[in-house]
Design a binder for this molecule. Structure first.
Ligand code: URA
Length: 205
């Protein structure tokens, strides 16, 4: 299932991200802003358990999040999404996955992986700024499934139809949340109209 999150603040910041003249500071700031909307959408389905709360005046029936969440930024650009997710849910745990893409044959190789303790109920939220071919996300999903993780949401700022199709055909039960479904990939597997290389622009390369 794919959900495209729409909001005027997202539209405004997407245009800043797409503008080749935007500075690294502007790129980071707009990535961070859009990430809040993705996080709010991804957290909409978290479970709550009852919690008694004493206000300064009386006792009320309150609530607290009961879902165990692991955030999985895909290095490098996924780090740009992490802070907003962590700000909304400070108790979330963090797993890191480092994937690099061969520029010639576009194959994916893993150079780093870390995983906190989790249970079969844990919700894994994969943070990947650009879903292009879907190769990185499918590698991350397969790696986490190998570790027996089972419950996944993928969040991206921009997605290409080719990548979405691949992810949903290989992992039909995954929820994908994106701020934009762009037109297509070019011959070098960059997204059009896209924003260029998100990792380079976020890191200031
Ligand atoms: N990764 C990026 O950073 N940009 C693209 O367009 C595709 C993959």
């Amino acid at each position: 299932m794919i959900k495209v999150v729409a909001h005027p603040i997202i539209e405004h910041n997407l245009s800043i991200l797409r503008d080749k003249l935007s500075s690294n500071a502007e790129f980071r700031s707009s990535t961070h802003t859009i990430a809040h909307f993705l996080a709010a959408k991804a957290f909409e389905t978290l479970d709550l358990r009852p919690k008694q709360v004493e206000t300064p005046f009386e006792q009320i029936d309150g609530a607290e999040i009961s879902t165990d969440v692991v955030l999985v930024p895909v290095l490098r650009a996924g780090l740009g999404l992490l802070e907003a997710f962590r700000a909304l849910l400070p108790a979330a745990k963090i797993s890191f996955i480092g994937l690099s893409r061969d520029e010639k044959d576009f194959s994916i190789s893993e150079y780093f992986f870390s995983l906190p303790k989790f249970s079969s109920q844990t919700k894994f939220i994969i943070l990947e700024v650009m879903i292009a071919t879907g190769g990185s996300v499918c590698s991350a999903l397969s790696r986490l499934q190998f570790e027996e993780a089972a419950n996944f949401t993928v969040c991206s700022i921009i997605s290409a139809p080719e990548g979405i199709e691949r992810i949903l055909s290989e992992h039909p039960n995954v929820e994908i949340i994106t701020a934009s479904l762009d037109r297509e990939l070019n011959s070098k597997k960059y997204i059009l109209p896209g924003l260029g290389d998100a990792g380079d622009r976020w890191c200031g390369v």
